[in-house]
Design a protein around this ligand. Structure first.
Ligand code: GLA
Length: 413
């Protein structure tokens, strides 16, 4: 079985043990920590703009099987990157920040580095083997990996679990300060707090989280990820970095006159219109970014209410409108992502669709009536390879369930 085809915990455990034996790591009678992917239900690109956030954990995972090895060395092997061999870390001796580029080792290095900076001792080592089936770009593979490693290192070292928001901050710091990715905190929050059958509602004003049961009474539905087969480079080299900078620039231009601290502060139509009147001509692109955030924020409350009420038609309509805003105003989508959306939109039973996550490449997503999933799959399988032959063998349609973000338990032989 290919690594990416692993679906169940049982398959993952078996594959992890095969890898461990092959490379000589000792994980027998150890534990497995499983971390999910996430699907942002709104506001996409709202985290670094200060909006409320809503999302769920989804069942594409990273599994880490591990066992303390009685030394001070962490020894890790990833079944997804076998050529990288075993990664070794002693204490927090790691390369300086932002120097390791394309190797997955930058994640465990970053975890060790952030923990040392936080004054948390990393003295006890372990052997660990990893395996993941989260597509790259759009579903938070990097945050899932970071959280998984971080929680495992803390547990092996007997550190009492810190406040969850501190874990979010440390995981974000691994990406911001060690790896150099300008990501926000959406992914970490949506994975760390994810609960089966629930949406996670994050309010940045209070840094608080609450869970909202979603889809009650609704007809059977699926969230579907439409993986374009493209690989998105890190956010630091994507349009993402430019969009963040534009949003921050507009805030600093508008702050003296209008008193805003982030684009999410632009809530009233009067303030919105005043800012457009002031900067529309001099900074048209910046104002389009604001337009998306302003409109998506206005749709957000309706969307959360509709999720709670099981009103899928409204949820889908909001998802579609957000997708158009991300494509036309925020201009953060990509050709292959939009092909997936255009195809999905033609299929009866698809209620909404849009690009997911950081942008440019990766995966789009859709809200689909369960009965219509096979139809969507057929439509994508027929037309997508004709539109993008270069990705003919690499795209995929993943039906997703809403699951817990982090679980841990014994590794079964
Ligand atoms: C990426 C980033 C997140 C968030 C999303 C867009 O996934 O890592 O912080 O900004 O893009 O919503």
């Amino acid at each position: 079985m290919r690594v990416g085809d692993v679906r169940t915990d049982r398959q993952a455990s078996a594959a992890l043990q095969v890898f461990a034996r092959r490379v000589g790591l000792r994980i027998e009678n150890g534990r497995v920590r499983r971390s999910s992917s996430r699907f942002c239900l709104g506001v996409e690109h709202g985290d670094y703009n200060g909006t409320d956030l809503f999302g769920v954990g989804t069942d594409r995972f990273i599994w880490l099987a591990y066992r303390p090895n009685g030394t001070a060395r962490i020894r890790l092997f990833s079944g997804n990157f076998p050529r990288d061999g075993i990664i070794e870390i002693r204490g927090a001796e790691v390369p300086p920040p932002k120097t390791v580029r394309d190797a997955w080792a930058r994640f465990p290095y970053g975890v060790a580095w952030v923990l040392r900076r936080e004054g948390i001792p990393v003295a006890r080592g372990f052997d660990g083997v990893l395996l993941g089936n989260i597509p790259g770009g759009g579903m938070s593979r990097s945050a899932s990996l970071t959280l998984n490693l971080l929680l495992t290192v803390l547990e092996v070292n007997g550190v009492p679990p810190p406040d969850p928001m501190r874990i979010v901050d440390m995981a974000q710091a691994v990406e911001n300060d060690y790896i150099g990715s300008p990501c926000g905190n959406l992914d970490q929050i949506m994975i760390l707090f994810a609960k089966a059958g629930m949406g996670t509602y994050y309010s940045p004003a209070r840094r608080s989280v609450r869970h909202i049961p979603i889809g009650a009474g609704a007809p059977a539905f699926r969230l579907v990820s439409l993986d374009t087969g493209t690989e998105r480079p890190g956010l630091e080299t994507s349009t993402y970095r430019i969009r963040r900078a534009e949003c921050e620039e507009l805030v600093s231009l508008a702050a003296p006159e209008f008193g805003i601290r982030c684009l999410a502060d632009v809530r009233s139509p009067e303030l919105y219109r005043a800012i457009l009147a002031r900067f529309g001509e001099s900074h048209p692109a910046h104002c389009r970014r604001l337009k998306y955030i302003y409109e998506a924020q206005r749709r957000f409350t309706r969307m959360v209410r509709a999720w709670r009420a099981g009103d899928l038609a409204t949820v889908g309509a909001v998802m579609r409108a957000d997708g158009h805003g991300l494509r036309d105003d925020y201009e953060i989508s990509g050709r292959e992502l939009e092909t997936m959306c255009d195809l999905a939109r033609t299929v009866p039973g698809v209620l909404g669709e849009r690009m997911l996550g950081g942008g440019d490449k990766g995966a789009a997503g859709a809200l689909v009536l369960a009965a219509a999933v096979p139809r969507l799959r057929r439509a994508v399988e027929r037309a997508y390879p004709l539109c993008h032959p270069a990705y003919a063998g690499r795209f995929a349609v993943h039906e997703l369930n809403i699951v817990d973000g982090l679980t841990v338990g014994p590794l079964r032989a």
